[in-house]
Design a protein around this ligand. Structure first.
Ligand SMILES: Cc1cc2nc3c(=O)[nH]c(=O)nc-3n(C[C@H](O)[C@H](O)[C@H](O)COP(=O)(O)OP(=O)(O)OC[C@H]3O[C@@H](n4cnc5c(N)ncnc54)[C@H](O)[C@@H]3O)c2cc1C
Length: 234
């Protein structure tokens, strides 16, 4: 299997970075090919802007997704985007590895999503969910967070973690056609003992070693909807 790990933590010695290092070591140890995009090391530009395109389809008014579609076809999308897109298309499995920031992904990772999941390649028209441009590939989200496990869930103070990850798991990864595996979560990371953190590392390693057995999460399939995307009567 070919694996792309997109990592978004500003500190190379962080626990999140240790999860990334472990994933590289474990997956390579199993004979998988692994490539990485360490966004801070790349000094990744997260801002989607007109500078992402060479010759513009419409120089007077920027419709970002439209220009993405045209410039990727013409081969004049920004080189940093093209490099990441090539890695993404190469991979069978995409791992997003990050600390939770404000119930969401860090801005640098959000900007990777905005710029690299290019319209016309990853989605567009009715190419979404099971018909998305990245159908046939898988995705795994691996995250650390500050909160304790009991603070998340139905009736808990922050509500279910799945709700806060919905824009990522459903609105992004499933939307572009990826089969989304259940996330790996390391809770309360800065406040627990070293032993407890090492337990998370062991659990992650076991998870990575058994990825083939993981059941993907359920998302809509276009066959469940009519031409105008109204749900079909069941
Ligand atoms: C802007 C912002 C927004 C945030 N929003 C949220 C939020 O909405 N919800 C929430 O719950 N949290 C939130 N947090 C907290 C954040 O998610 C956590 O602080 C972060 O996920 C912890 O992971 P880390 O990798 O940064 O830990 P680090 O602080 O880097 O590491 C924790 C400890 O692990 C040690 N460590 C490193 N490597 C290893 C190893 N191999 N084995 C054992 N120990 C090791 C480190 O030395 C350190 O002592 C937010 C933080 C920020 C900055």
């Amino acid at each position: 299997m070919k694996v792309l790990i997109v990592h978004a933590h500003p500190e190379a010695k962080s626990f999140s970075s240790a999860l990334r290092d472990l994933a590289v070591e474990t997956l390579q140890g199993q004979g998988h090919e692994v490539r990485q995009s360490d966004l801070h090391a790349l000094d990744w530009n997260p801002v989607a802007s007109a500078a992402d395109f060479g010759e513009r389809q419409n120089p007077d008014y920027l419709v970002y997704a439209l220009e993405q579609r045209e410039s990727v076809k013409a081969g004049n999308i920004a080189p940093d985007i093209q490099r990441e897109l090539d890695k993404l298309l190469w991979a069978d499995l995409l791992i997003l590895n990050f600390p939770l920031y404000w119930f969401s992904v860090p801005a640098i990772l959000k900007g990777w999503i905005d710029r690299v999941l290019v319209s016309g390649v990853c989605y567009g028209g009715k190419r979404f969910y099971d018909q998305g441009g990245l159908a046939g590939k898988k995705a795994l989200v691996s995250l650390t967070l500050g909160g304790r496990e009991h603070m998340f869930g139905e009736g808990a103070i922050h509500g279910p973690l799945e709700d806060m990850l919905r824009p990522l798991l459903r609105g992004t990864l499933a939307y572009v056609g990826l089969e989304v595996l259940p996330p790996f979560v390391a809770w309360h990371v800065p406040y627990i003992s070293n032993d407890a953190r090492e337990d998370f590392l062991r659990a992650y390693q076991a998870r990575l070693q058994g990825l083939e057995r993981d059941q993907p999460l359920e998302f809509p399939r276009l066959e469940q909807f009519d031409e105008r995307l109204y749900p079909l009567a069941r």
